[in-house]
Design a protein around this ligand. Structure first.
Ligand code: IPE
Ligand code: IPE
Ligand code: MG
Length: 247
C-alpha cells in the first residue's frame, strides 16, 4: 500500500471474481465451500478499496450465464448472497459504503431481491466507496435493453438517429451513473471477459492473475493497482504526446 501513488488511484475498479470452485476442489471440498471462502475475499477487498480511496468498485458476482449451472449450486449461491448481504450490511454502513447493484435484478429470487433492496436503501446516503454488485448481469443483456430504449425514443420522434452519440449509449446502460472502470482485474488464470462491461471496459487496463478468488487478498489488490500505475495509458496517442503532456 505504501508503494502506491496516491495521485493515481483508479476511481473505478471492476473485478471478475473467478476460481471459487477450483479453490474448493483443491481442498477436496464442494464448490460451494469456495463461494463461502470467496466472501472473505470480498470483505477484505471492499475494505482495501475504501482505504486507498477507490470511489467505485464493481464486483461480478453472478452472470446471466451462471443461471445455467446445476440448480443446487445456483440455489446455494442465492442463499449465500442473502446471508452475506444481511450479515455485512451493518459493517458496510458503518464504513460509509454505499451498496448498489446492476443486472436483471427482477430475475433474482424474491427474498434475495428484497434483502438487496433493503441494504441498498439503508446505505443510500453514504458518501464513501460505492460498491456495485453485478448480479444476473451480462453486458449483452444490458446493451440490448439500452438499444431498445433508444429505439423507442427514435420511434416516438424524441430522438433523431443522427443525434445518437457515445453519451446516448452510455446513458442507457445500467452503469450510466458511474465513470468507466480504469482497471479490470480477473482472478483464476482465465483470460477473458465473460460478458462483463463490454462497452465500459473499452479503454480499461486489464490485470490477470492466476490467484484463485478465495486467495485474492489485500496484498495482491495493491499489486494490481501498482501494475496499473506503471502502465502508460495512451488512448490512441503516441508515447511522446503523453510524456509531453506530463511535463
Ligand atoms: C466464481 O467462481 C464465482 C461465480 C461465478 C459465481 P467459479 O464458481 O466460477 O469458480 P471456478 O471458475 O469454477 O473455479
Ligand atoms: C464469470 O465467471 C462470472 C462471475 C465471476 C460472476 P465464470 O466462471 O462464470 O466465467 P466463464 O464462464 O468461465 O467464462
Ligand atoms: Mg469460473
Amino acid at each position: 500500500m505504501n508503494l502506491l501513488n496516491k495521485d493515481k488511484i483508479p476511481q473505478h475498479i471492476a473485478i471478475i471474481m473467478d476460481g471459487n470452485g477450483r479453490w474448493a476442489k483443491q481442498q477436496g471440498e464442494d464448490r460451494i465451500f469456495g463461494h463461502h471462502e470467496g466472501v472473505n475475499s470480498v470483505r477484505e477487498i471492499v475494505e482495501a478499496a475504501g482505504e486507498v480511496g477507490v470511489k467505485y468498485l464493481t464486483l461480478y458476482a453472478f452472470s446471466t450465464e451462471n443461471w445455467n449451472r446445476p440448480k443446487e449450486e445456483v440455489d446455494a449461491l442465492m442463499e449465500l448472497l442473502v446471508a452475506t448481504i444481511s450479515m455485512e450490511t451493518p459493517q458496510l454502513h458503518k464504513n460509509g459504503v454505499k451498496l448498489e447493484a446492476i443486472g436483471d435484478l427482477k430475475s433474482l429470487p424474491v427474498g434475495c431481491f428484497n434483502e438487496l433492496q433493503e441494504s441498498i436503501n439503508t446505505t443510500k446516503d453514504n458518501k464513501g466507496l460505492t460498491l456495485i454488485l453485478a448480479l444476473s448481469y451480462s453486458s449483452k443483456w444490458e446493451i440490448i435493453n439500452g438499444v431498445k430504449e433508444i429505439a423507442e425514443q427514435v420511434a416516438s420522434g424524441k430522438l433523431k438517429p443522427n443525434d445518437i452519440t457515445e453519451e446516448t449509449i452510455s446513458s442507457h446502460l445500467c452503469t450510466a451513473k458511474y465513470p468507466d472502470p480504469e482497471l479490470m482485474i480477473r482472478t483464476s488464470g482465465e483470460h477473458r471477459i465473460s460478458n462483463f462491461l463490454l462497452w465500459q471496459l473499452a479503454y480499461a487496463e486489464f490485470y490477470f492473475t492466476d490467484t484463485l478468488w478465495p486467495d485474492f487478498r489485500k496484498k495482491e489488490f495493491y499489486d494490481a493497482i501498482n501494475a496499473y500505475q506503471s502502465r502508460e495509458r495512451r488512448f490512441g496517442k503516441t508515447s511522446e504526446q503523453i510524456s509531453e503532456k506530463a511535463k
